[in-house]
Design a protein around this ligand. Structure first.
Ligand SMILES: Nc1ncnc2c1ncn2[C@@H]1O[C@H](COP(=O)(O)OP(=O)(O)O)[C@@H](O)[C@H]1O
Ligand SMILES: [Mg+2]
Length: 166
């Protein structure tokens, strides 16, 4: 479990643990933050987002599912909106213009993007990337990387919250 300044790595042993780390992150987000989620189908991207939503104050019980066909879900958090994007079925990044991509990044809310690696150029480079990899039936390796100063700050805060929660 080594970590360098701009990356943070840990493992989870259950879906609840993955959601729990997401919840820690959700409590740290501020409007304008962008989170990219990377990993195969079933890696736990949506589970992580479900935790983030809880941490950001989206009422428990509010459904948080992959917006695979709708592309965008919007949740109402404690103080602002959570935009949940899924690029899996997007055929062309120009389709993102139709959903007001620039507005989603403009600070009205936090943006979470599943399959962020499909169209990385459609996203700001200063984003926090969460890469999940299945390492056993209920085990996931999670790598958190920062792409710039804003996400680096978030990464450091997440590492701090993770260590004090452990
Ligand atoms: N440690 C874990 N972290 C996240 N999900 C896990 C874990 N162990 C088992 N799972 C299961 O893996 C699946 C992850 O699904 P989901 O979050 O929808 O993935 P994705 O959005 O990446 O396709 C769920 O069925 C969940 O219960
Ligand atoms: Mg998903």
């Amino acid at each position: 479990m080594e970590s360098t300044e701009s990356t943070f790595r840990f493992g989870t042993g259950s879906v609840g643990e993955t959601e729990g780390v997401g919840e820690l992150l959700g409590g740290l987000l501020v409007p304008g933050d962008v989170i990219g989620l990377v990993g195969e189908l079933g890696a736990g991207k949506t589970a992580f987002v479900r935790g983030v939503a809880r941490g950001a104050g989206v009422p428990t019980g509010h459904p948080v599912n992959s917006p695979t066909f709708t592309i965008l879900n919007v949740y109402e958090g404690r103080e602002c909106l959570l935009f949940h994007l899924d690029l899996y079925r997007l055929d062309d990044p120009s389709e993102l213009e139709g959903i007001g991509m620039s507005e989603l990044q403009s600070g009205r809310g936090m943006l979470l993007v599943e399959w962020a690696d499909r169209y990385p150029d459609a996203l700001p480079s200063d984003r926090l990337t969460i890469t999940l990899r299945t390492s056993g039936q209920d085990m996931r390796d999670v790598l958190v990387t920062a792409g710039g100063p804003q996400s680096q700050e978030l990464l450091d805060e997440l590492r701090g919250a993770f260590e004090s929660a452990a």
